[in-house]
Design a protein around this ligand. Structure first.
Ligand SMILES: Nc1nc2c(ncn2[C@@H]2O[C@H](COP(=O)(O)OP(=O)(O)OP(=O)(O)O)[C@@H](O)[C@H]2O)c(=O)[nH]1
Ligand SMILES: [Mg+2]
Length: 230
């Protein structure tokens, strides 16, 4: 069974439609939403979708943070017998229509990455500054961590169960957005394979961005810490 894990903070304008589109793929899927007590009622909306469909579980956390919310979601996915786990954003930057291709790729490789950087991939609707920051960040991450993928900062990925089972998240040196890159780094060192499929990443149309410039810079510094192991 495939679990799709979605961290949310104030995504009331996106979450219901996203869940509908994912379930419309008609795959054997369970959705786990990890919400950090969003003031806009995201969790309530997701819960009501869960009641209607029986396919959505909502985890409500008291703390905040994209990174730790993601870890919690991956751990919960393992508890419900997932063979594969997809991690994606709630804001439609990650088009759910790529889910089947990610899953297929993760049947051949341990990790499939939705990539903006390989041929056929792209980023749309983002300002030139943010775009340059993403591309530069991806190149930097790849070089420092010695990864053989171009979009190591992508938040749209599919993991095979055994990758997640092998991770001791208590040993992770990063806490924020760089957790994803750290997971790839640790996976590569353990001999897991990974491959990218092209995605067109569209800037969010509804709701507000949560990531700050300081978080982006911290996550770059964390890449160096990951490499040094502390
Ligand atoms: N649970 C949880 N989810 C979060 C938190 N911060 C962000 N998210 C979610 O993580 C995903 C990515 O966050 P975004 O704000 O879209 O960040 P981004 O995609 O890097 O930036 P933009 O595309 O510019 O908005 C979205 O689904 C958010 O709702 C948080 O503190 N807790
Ligand atoms: Mg986003």
């Amino acid at each position: 069974m495939l679990v799709v894990m979605i961290p949310t903070y104030n995504e009331a304008e996106n979450i219901a439609e996203l869940i509908k589109e994912i379930l419309a793929l008609r795959l054997q899927i369970k959705i786990i939403v990890v919400d950090d007590n969003s003031p806009d009622g995201t969790a309530r909306i997701a819960e009501s979708m869960g009641k209607k469909t029986g396919k959505v579980a909502v985890i409500k956390r008291g703390e905040r943070g994209r990174g730790t919310a993601g870890i919690r979601g991956l751990q919960e996915a393992l508890k419900c017998n997932a063979t594969h786990v997809i991690e994606m954003d709630a804001d439609f930057s990650h088009d759910p229509s790529y889910i089947p291709a990610l899953l297929e790729t993760a049947k051949k490789y341990d990790i499939a990455i939705g990539s903006r950087m390989i041929e056929g991939g792209d980023t749309e609707g983002r300002g030139i500054f943010r775009d340059a920051l993403s591309s530069g960040g991806a190149l930097f991450t790849r070089a420092v961590l010695g990864l053989n993928v171009l979009d190591a900062q992508s938040g749209y990925k599919c993991y095979r169960r055994r990758v997640l089972e092998s991770m001791d998240f208590t040993r992770f040196v990063s806490h924020g957005y760089s957790i994803g890159a750290e997971l790839l780094y640790r996976a590569k060192r353990q001999g897991f394979t990974m491959s990218e499929i092209p995605i067109v990443f569209e800037n969010r149309k509804r709701g507000k961005s949560k990531v700050t410039l300081s978080e982006i810079i911290t996550s770059m510094l964390n890449v160096v810490r990951i490499r040094m192991g502390r």
